[in-house]
Ligand binder design. Structure first.
Ligand code: HEC
Length: 193
């Protein structure tokens, strides 16, 4: 590794013998290259790393990875249609839930809750809403062990994209304070990722 300077093809870097300060030997050229490499890596870290760190922090702070990302008009319109076809029958055309949705049915199961501010959909992080819609109220994941529910699993009926689309529509119906609350729930949740 420690090649003599003359072998590295940079003869001009060889200090003439007897130059001032005999104790200070000239740096071998590889050391210069290592220094340059270090500078390049440092610059890379600054140029690439800082913006990446910034984006990550913004993402953490403002919950960019959320249903809020899907709030464009076309998605919401598609979601509204999907909702009318697949969800409104139980959760209500205006997202109001089944009548007396707080009381259990005779079967012991829960009615479909509202998806608007008056329900509790907005209490849950995006990934959990997605999971419940795709797989149903899976016991031990989204519900206690042995839990029985009338919420169907939409896996096989809706694609993942359609599930996100319909959830985006639901989220778009929450009032700003509820949206902000749910964005906070999202940031704090790691469990359902
Ligand atoms: C056949 C009736 C039915 C249909 C159709 C239905 N749901 Fe449900 N859903 C329920 C019931 C009942 C619950 C309550 C489950 C429980 O607590 O046992 C529920 C609960 C949920 C929850 C959990 C809400 C919370 O706050 O805990 C989500 C999310 C959900 N449904 C999304 C959807 C979406 C999205 C659609 C349409 C793609 C849909 N559901 C269609 C019956 C239905």
């Amino acid at each position: 590794m420690d090649k003599p300077a003359s072998a590295a093809g940079e003869p001009h870097r060889q200090a003439p013998a007897g130059r001032s300060g005999p104790r200070r030997r000239p740096d071998p050229p590889w050391r210069e290259r290592v220094r340059k490499l270090r500078l390049v890596l440092f610059m890379l870290a600054v140029v690439v790393g800082l913006p990446a760190l910034g984006l990550w922090l913004v993402n953490m702070k403002f919950g960019a990875r959320s249903l809020a990302d899907l709030a464009d008009a076309a998605t919401l319109e598609a979601g509204r249609k999907l909702y009318a076809v697949h969800c409104a029958g139980c959760h209500g055309a205006a997202l109001e839930g089944e009548p007396n949705w707080r009381e259990r049915k005779l079967s012991g199961r829960r009615p479909a809750p509202p998806h608007n501010d008056s329900g509790h959909t907005w209490h849950h992080p995006d990934q959990m809403l997605f999971g419940i819609t795709k797989f149903g109220m899976v016991p031990e994941k989204y519900a206690p062990p042995g839990y029985q529910s009338d919420m169907p699993a939409f896996e096989g009926t809706l694609t993942d994209d359609e599930i996100w689309t319909v959830l985006a529509y639901i989220a778009s119906q929450w009032s700003p304070p509820h949206r902000i609350h749910q964005a906070g729930v999202n940031r704090r949740s790691t469990r359902f990722r």
